[in-house]
Ligand binder design. Structure first.
Ligand code: EPU
Length: 302
């Protein structure tokens, strides 16, 4: 979707919003495909309510983009504009055992920055690509931990009240790859309370998680991490593997040979290819196991 009205463009500039015309989502997502739209880069949290009022009044639909690492975006001209936070400097401020982190901060950098200051707990998240805001919204987790356990406060734009609010950790429910945030709430910043641990010890944990990940996941390839959530008590990866579906392809969308719950873009895959592959695998698992796998990847399809 393109913003062609010069009055809107002027108002965006007044709100300190950078308008990048015709951005290609393929360049902003780890799967490496996705269509084109105008990208609005937000430099100030405070102007977000005014910006959203403006977009609503002009009937311009929008979506919030984090790091684009758990996202499957449709092909072609997209029917909404995309909003993305510009990362401030500094993006992490420490205060005792608290880390105040901007939602646009890189998750891996946050884990290592805190580690260097003897704050641990998040070792399992090393190697998970994306922003802290994205990790928060999905309650990212790995190797027995989840980010939600460390959240003490969240600053967010709440779509329902159309204003910026601060929530305490105990006002938010964090479940397996699910949170109580509304789909159109926008994460702005978070305060994490992290346990003190010597850097050397944290580094050891980080090395172990890195090694496990390298040995079981296709890290060098374009993917969105796991495509499906694990069903209660089961493993989507194991089920897909047991059905012999590694290597199954639609166009260049392919079930990874390394981890069957990672679907990779092996060349020039389109969203259409990837969605067809997801539907095919879901159906085969349903027929074989009677289980309907739910997407873990977020799909933005027109
Ligand atoms: N397995 C297979 N074949 C495969 C893949 C896995 O048999 O191709 C088996 C493994 O041998 C193991 C079991 O399935 O016995 C579970 O596999 P794994 O340890 O790789 O973990 P997972 O349940 O597939 C989850 C998360 C990952 C996270 C890892 C490590 C989900 C959907 N996935 O994977 O998160 O990195 O645990 O903690 O919860 C993601 O969220 O995108 C993601 C990749």
């Amino acid at each position: 979707m393109r913003i062609s009205d010069p009055q809107i463009a002027n108002r965006l500039a007044e709100l300190d919003v950078e308008l990048q015309r015709g951005a290609t989502l393929a360049d902003l997502t780890s799967l490496g495909f996705g269509g084109t739209t105008d990208l609005l880069r937000l430099t100030k949290h405070e102007t977000i309510p005014d910006l959203l009022r403006l977009l609503d009044s002009k009937h311009i639909p929008h979506k919030f983009l984090g790091g684009g690492s758990n996202l499957l975006v449709g092909d072609g001209e997209l029917p909404w504009v995309v909003l993305q936070l510009v990362r401030p400097e500094p993006d992490i401020v420490l205060e005792g055992n608290y880390a105040h982190v901007d939602a646009a901060a890189d998750l891996g950098r946050t884990v290592t920055f805190c580690a260097k200051h003897d704050l641990g707990g998040m070792e399992g998240l090393i190697g998970v690509p994306g922003t802290v805001g994205g990790a928060l919204r999905m309650n990212a987790g790995a190797y027995g931990m989840q980010i939600g356990s460390y959240v003490r406060e969240v600053k967010l734009y709440r779509a329902a009240g159309r204003k910026i609010e601060i929530l305490r950790g105990n006002q938010i429910s964090f479940e397996y790859r699910h949170t109580s945030f509304a789909p159109d709430d926008m994460m702005l910043a978070v305060t994490l309370e992290l346990p003190s641990k010597p850097y050397k010890e944290i580094l050891q944990g980080i090395r172990i998680c890195n090694e496990k990940r390298r040995s079981s996941q296709p890290l060098g390839q374009k993917s969105a991490g796991c495509i499906f959530k694990n069903p209660p008590g089961g493993s989507a990866g194991r089920m897909i593997d047991e059905l012999g579906l590694k290597g199954l392809s639609v166009g260049d969308a392919r079930v990874s040979d390394r981890h069957a719950n990672f679907f990779v873009n092996a060349g020039h895959a389109s969203a259409k290819d990837m969605l067809a592959l997801i539907a095919d695998v879901r159906e085969r698992v349903r027929k074989a196991y009677g289980v309907t796998l739910e997407n873990e990847v977020v799909v933005w399809n027109a």
